[in-house]
Design a protein around this ligand. Sequence first.
Ligand SMILES: [Zn+2]
Length: 214
Amino acid sequence: MIIFIYGLPGCGKGTQSLLLKERMSFIHLSTGDIIRDIIKNKKAGWEVLNEYSSSGSLVPDEIVNDLFMRAIDEKGYGHNYIIDGYPRTINQLKLIEKNLEDKKDIDILHIYLSCSEESIIRRITSRRTCMGCGTIYNINLDNDLEKCKLCGAQLYQRADDSYEVIKNRIDEYTNKTIPVILQLKSEGKLIEINGERKAEDIYVDIVNIIKGKR
Ligand SMILES: [Zn+2]
């Protein structure tokens, strides 16, 4: 089984991927991890990837697609995969679907965690991190807390949690990846889950979908 998981940045894709990995032994594949692994271990083609990555330019879709197919081929189709952050564009979707065309006996699920932009921005921008022990708080739930309840150190807002950063990431996702989601939806291939709930509740839904497919 291969699960592609989609959702705006901050909607909890990473958390669900981790839960599937830890509790159901899914293999978690993400573009960044695959590329880092190839460069670090000097696997075939690492020089080219190293050039893209050190110059900061985007790796072309064809190459990214080959990397995913290679990663799955290497480990084999007997495993279950959770793929996060791919396909990111319509072109990538076309490539991966073409490559998976002849794998008729493998279940392929496209799961979309739906969250409103407002709810993500509200949650992320209200996040504060303790300078001392790293505990994360939500100041909406904790009435404008300023000091850590555990160690008393000052709380601060990480740069990644600022409005500008999260808004940019959401806009990029909306421009590039929402068309992928709409395309899958129009073809009746998209499974939509309400992502504005507790991680455990979302996880239960995903597990039920997986069980229904077996
Ligand atoms: Zn603390």
